[in-house]
Design a protein around this ligand. Structure first.
Ligand code: ZDP
Length: 277
């Protein structure tokens, strides 16, 4: 099977041309093997370019490196758009690709030189729709208390199609992510588990963030996580609506637009190699 390997700030994916079938050509168990960094190709996930649905140009599906299927992925959809230009054999700056995902229609725009700007849609703040059992029946989850490993944390929750738990800290370097990441991911208040972002405010327009991803563990970057980070930052009065989010793998530009309530994410998507498995 032919594949191409792409990454968005070190968050890396195996891209599969799946336009001939509306079912993924790889099973979740096979995706786990392909993502293994020793016995496989190595990646944070496998992404499929499937035939269009719902008046979109293509459909995107993704399996995390543990075989689970998330609703959306930010770095992944930038890689998807860049891969589509490879499949179409031409790159048009300014071209938009409405893509059907489990989180609805998401639209990346080709900016050229490996840069992609994505309309990520509106953030979902209703607790039951994130989903979380925190502040049940309330409007949103902002500065709620959550105990993890006998330590009390103040958390906020946002969905970008997939669930995020946001924690503001003094220094992201001091977080033992390997230890507490999985405890947040599988906490009982998150019925579909969660991605967890730890955030340090450097300036109102500049945030540092480290992430423990649902179904993938520590990654070098998370696009939906960076979007959720700025939304939570605004709701907590800690940052501007337009921010740079610095991740271990590099920076994303995020804007939570006040007029249309949409979140816009701009960042790179680069091809590494292609091969045959
Ligand atoms: O929600 C999840 O299970 C995530 N692990 C999906 C992948 C998110 C991604 N890292 C992103 O950039 O949003 C691809």
């Amino acid at each position: 099977m032919q594949f191409s390997k792409y990454h968005g700030l070190g968050n890396d994916f195996i891209l599969i041309d799946n336009r001939q079938s509306d079912q993924p050509l790889v099973t979740p168990a096979e995706a786990v093997k392909m993502c293994d960094r020793h016995f496989g190709i190595g990646a944070d996930g496998v992404i499929f370019v499937l035939p269009p649905q719902n008046n979109c140009q293509y459909t995107m599906r993704i399996f995390n490196s543990d075989g689970s299927e998330p609703e959306m992925c930010g770095n992944g959809i930038r890689c998807f758009a860049q891969f589509v230009t490879e499949l179409e054999g031409k790159e048009e700056v300014g071209k938009q690709y409405p893509i059907h995902t489990l989180a609805g229609t998401i639209t990346p725009t080709i900016k050229g030189e490996g840069m992609i700007r994505v309309d990520m849609g509106e953030p979902e703040l209703t607790p039951a729709k994130i989903p979380t059992t925190l502040n049940q029946g309330g409007e949103k989850v902002v500065r709620e208390s959550l105990t993890v490993a006998d330590k009390e944390y103040e958390v906020s929750c946002v969905s970008m199609g997939n669930p995020h738990c946001l924690v503001f800290v003094d220094s992201v370097a001091d977080i033992d992510l390997e230890k507490i990441g999985p405890l947040f991911e599988t906490h009982a208040v998150f019925p579909q588990k969660t991605n967890t972002e730890f955030i340090e405010v450097v300036r109102p327009d500049y945030l540092k963030m480290r992430v423990w991803e649902r179904g993938a563990g520590i990654t070098l970057a998370c696009g939906t996580g960076a979007c959720a980070t700025v939304v939570a930052g605004v709701l907590n009065g800690k940052c501007d609506r337009t921010c740079t989010v610095e991740l271990p793998g590099g920076c994303l530009e995020i804007e939570w637009n006040e007029e249309d309530n949409h979140v816009y994410m701009t960042g790179p998507a680069l091809k590494v190699f292609s091969g045959n498995m």
